[in-house]
Design a protein around this ligand. Structure first.
Ligand SMILES: [Zn+2]
Length: 313
């Protein structure tokens, strides 16, 4: 309140210090006072003028503290205000309808501040303020192991308010994440916008540098499944996702090989080996048939082909 100067905290500072509002930076007064920066916002925010005055700490009259309401204590809950309104005359009601009540005004002010914030953080001044927050790791680190604690950047998946809450973008893996704490789950993503992270990365090349270091560090040993230190071949029968089941001959050589080994054993195998091979194949074939029944019921046609290849193996 302007009356007691010592306890007075500006609205913007108060808003940014609220629980869960630590992703926000304080938009400078000059930026808000420049009408050019607010173009088009008046149609998006109800009680725009009053909301703007609230943000700039001007005195705003609300339905609760209009002179007719002297018998009620200003600042009490809305229910008191509405019961009082019901008792007053109709002419007074009309005057009150033009004024927002405190809850409505608070909501409008937050919406307006958020939309201004989204514009501010893509200005030079705002980018610098956000970059220092990024540097301090105020937005948290990427949960992906290979990103090695890369700092995250807040992002909105849309610029229209009221659609989706804020997400966090990792410039290293190019993925977005839901904030780990539920305190951010009511922060609108549009208050950060879709443009901001891309611009921040481009304006501060050190961020790209940090990503490059991480990518170079880990690309040499990408994680892959291993058995006792040996990688599992993708095409092996026990390999990941049974890829061999979905394989078809592609080159002419492979097609010829496929045609030749239909239901027959390759010519170069000697008679004695042939019997062993047949026995083995029988067993393999049975096992694999079981697998097919479990996993590949949808590919009836392919099963025929696979039977042939199996027999030939
Ligand atoms: Zn990442």
């Amino acid at each position: 309140m302007p009356s007691d100067e010592e306890d007075y905290i500006p609205w913007i500072q108060q808003f940014c210090e609220l629980f869960g509002h630590d992703y926000f930076v304080q938009v400078s007064q000059d930026f808000i006072e420049d009408d050019f920066n607010l173009t088009g916002l008046s149609s998006q925010v109800p009680y725009y003028r009053e909301a703007l005055y609230t943000i700039l700490d001007y005195q705003v009259e609300t339905a609760e503290d209009s002179p007719q309401d002297n018998n009620s204590i200003p600042g009490t809950a809305n229910t008191t205000a509405t019961t009082n309104t019901a008792n007053t005359s109709s002419s007074k009601k009309e005057a009150k309808n033009e004024l927002p009540n405190k809850a409505l005004l608070a909501h409008s002010a937050e919406l307006l501040y958020g939309l201004i914030h989204a514009r501010y953080i893509i200005s030079k001044q705002g980018l610098t303020a956000m970059a220092s927050k990024f540097e301090r790791n105020d937005f948290g680190s990427c949960p992906r192991y290979f990103c090695d604690g890369m700092h995250l950047i807040p992002v909105g998946s849309t610029d229209i308010p009221g659609q989706e809450t804020v997400r966090l973008y990792c410039p290293c893996c190019n993925d977005i994440y839901i904030p780990s704490s539920s305190r951010y789950l009511n922060i609108d993503g549009a208050f950060f916008g879709t443009t901001f992270p891309g611009l921040l990365v481009k304006m501060f090349p050190e961020i790209e540098n940090q990503c490059r270091i991480r990518i170079n560090k880990f690309s040499a040993n990408d994680f892959g499944l291993k058995l006792f230190g040996f990688k599992v071949n993708e095409t092996s029968a026990s390999g990941p996702r049974m890829r061999w089941l979905r394989m078809h001959p592609k080159t002419d050589e492979e097609k010829e090989e496929y045609e030749n080994c239909e239901f027959s054993v390759p010519k170069w195998v000697s008679d004695s080996d042939m019997e062993d091979a047949n026995d083995d194949d029988q067993e393999d074939g049975d096992d694999l048939d079981d697998d097919e029944d479990d996993e590949d019921d949808d590919d009836e046609e392919e099963n025929d082909d696979d039977d042939k290849t199996m027999a030939s193996e």
